[in-house]
Design a protein around this ligand. Sequence first.
Ligand code: BGC
Length: 458
Amino acid sequence: MFWRSILLLPTLVSASNWNWEQIDLERVDFPETFLWGTASSEYQISGAEKLPNCQWAEWEKKGDPAIKGGQTSGSAIEGWDRYKEDIALLKEMGLNSYRFSVDWSAIEPEEGYFDKEAIEHYLDVCKELKKNNIEPMITLHHFTHPIWFEEKGAFEKRENIDYFVRFAKFVFTELSNDVSLWCTMNEPTVIALMGYILGEFPPGKRGIFLAAEVLNNMLFAHVAVYKELKQMKNGDASQIGIVHSYLKFEPYSGWNPIEAMPCLFFTKNLHQTVMDFFKTGEFSSMFFQRESVPEAKESFDFFGLNYYSRPVIGMKFSLKEFLGPTCFPGEVMTDMPYPSYAEGFYDALIDCGTLGKPVYVTENGIADEKDDRRELFIKKYLYALSRAISDGVDVRGYFYWSLIDNFEWAEGWSMKFGLYECDLESKERVLRDGSKAYIEAVNRHNQSHELLEGLISC
Ligand code: BGC
């Protein structure tokens, strides 16, 4: 209910700030069995040429402004075909896990027709990862689905969930002998926001009631998939979770209602609703939509946390825009419309820890084309991660977004999240200097544990 949501106001202004000058960024420690990886999604690395039956391939045809400057994904970074090369990069960096998505439109391009070659491709990817001692983590839905599913109304309709469940069961049957970490869905709230409030993702609608309904259905779909997969062969041995975009919006000047009200609206509907759903088994939007799904509380073996930052909303005194993204004094903006904010990462981890399940950081990273903020970003966020672990949060792994620059949805190619940059002509992958901080942290961890193991066996 709206008035109950007002109680959220204090959480908008209660962010932490650390004195970084007094912090030793090298003082980090991670569990021995920690998973170190990177994350990607198929459409972002393979593009519309490889995935012509995907609703995003259709969306791209709209050109500008659907995608900034009318850019297109094309063959992207040829992720589909160059998987061996990219797995070799993971290996070279010392990583032991990789989160990637299987593209529904490649596997089921027409309703009810499952493409053998596509699923065999994913089997090969999993085998190649295993051969290199890299643990696969699969995402079943990462913003994309087949055009036929979009035409049926996708997650706008509760009855469409059955199609997603059928697809999930098919993939699980084929791949679960080689994969034990599964994410049902990536960031349902981002689909609700971008696809149904801002209209910047397909289907490009703008309706807050419908957005809440889509979110409700996606969360319900997650529960349905979880229940089904757990009953299947390999179900018990698999860890199945959901991936949530942890987004708390903050008003620049505290209580100014022009800034605070949209922050309250977005934080409640795009974040708190999801946390509450998994904590209490109750779905409740600001628009009086209510549903009791008690099984939700036990519908995940881990919680997948995607954390980048907390967006700060401030008033602008320009004719073009009167409210927009900003940062607090002393903060550093990333190339995305939010600052770097490692304290928020720590807070998010502590909060997710209260759900009572292991946490994987399924995405974290920085868009930084100049590569002049990446190194410090990595060091600070890994410090925050280590601090949350030592304060008791059961975090099992960390996946940096992303291995290589890729197609950033409506932003096109302008956002450079990759540890590696990619020449879009030659497709050559080149390591960024700032990324070495990640490689060093991982290798320091690997060596100290090898050393420890050596000492124990002596
Ligand atoms: C999404 C990714 C996206 C990343 C960076 C996440 O919300 O899962 O697909 O590229 O953020 O913006």
